[in-house]
Design a protein around this ligand. Sequence first.
Ligand code: MEV
Length: 320
Amino acid sequence: MQVSASAPGKLVLFGDHAVVHGYPGIVTAVDRRYYVTASIGDNAMLQVRTSPDRQHELPFGALPGVQEPDIAFVVAAVNQLLSRKMLKRGLRLVTSGPCRSLGLGSSSAISVATLAAASQLFGLDLSPEEIYKMARAAVLDVQGAGSGLDVAAAVYGGTCYFERAGEVPEMLSVERLPLVIAYSGSKAGTVDLVQEVAALRSRHPDLVEPVFAMIGRICIRARSCLEEGRWCDLGALTNINQGLLEALGTGTAKLANLVYAARSAQAWGAKLSGAGGGDCMFAWADDSRRAQVIDRLEAAGGEVAVIACGVPGVQVVDEA
Ligand code: MEV
């Protein structure tokens, strides 16, 4: 028997970085799904194929030390199962997904899909909350830091308001997000950026904590704007959030260029998404301005990505 699970990537709309320090965040699940197919493998062995020519074979006992980048999150997720004595047999996994991650949550999606596929294969019946908890622990094992926001998007999907790690996020009832998303062309190091922001906070707590608090208040207001479709107000909040991320030092010249390009084409607002230092930005634009926003972003060197948002969370497919 073989079982497949898929989980979506994410776009952080509001709360980036502040969410790591206990403030709320808003995230939407994006249609860049990662797949894990699981079947029974050799006894007490984990076999992982990440591409047709890349296969890893690891005894369960050796898993805790494994940090190879292409399997680190899979191994950390399997370790969660092992530490709970949930794996009685060997496990064979095949992973796949978009060939470029664009910084849209591949690590969380892979961790979540691994747990969901193994749960189905071995009849573990893990609830979404258990998968969330274990995937968050797996991501923390590999990265050492993180809010759990990305994991929440991968498990629950949709667009959600994330208040506190460990709690089920609130799903926002938003039909359609008028977003344009562009990749800045370079990958960011999430862990380094999270650590840099944390270090800035340690050096200047009296300055940085109020910035986080403002970002938290933006999330609260942005939530009602989203639910009521007040895009113009949402755009203004987006621009303030961008300014605060610049204050935290997570912007880059390229991201700023893209943000200004979108605003110059009359987008309601624009900001970077996630850790910063590269990866993606987004702009809010209605249908009448969408084409001009895309043109300006491309002229500024952005790679516009057509990606559906608010998509379903983790899904399992039983196969023969
Ligand atoms: C990264 O996608 C979002 C950050 O807030 C980190 C996190 O929440 O774990 C920068």
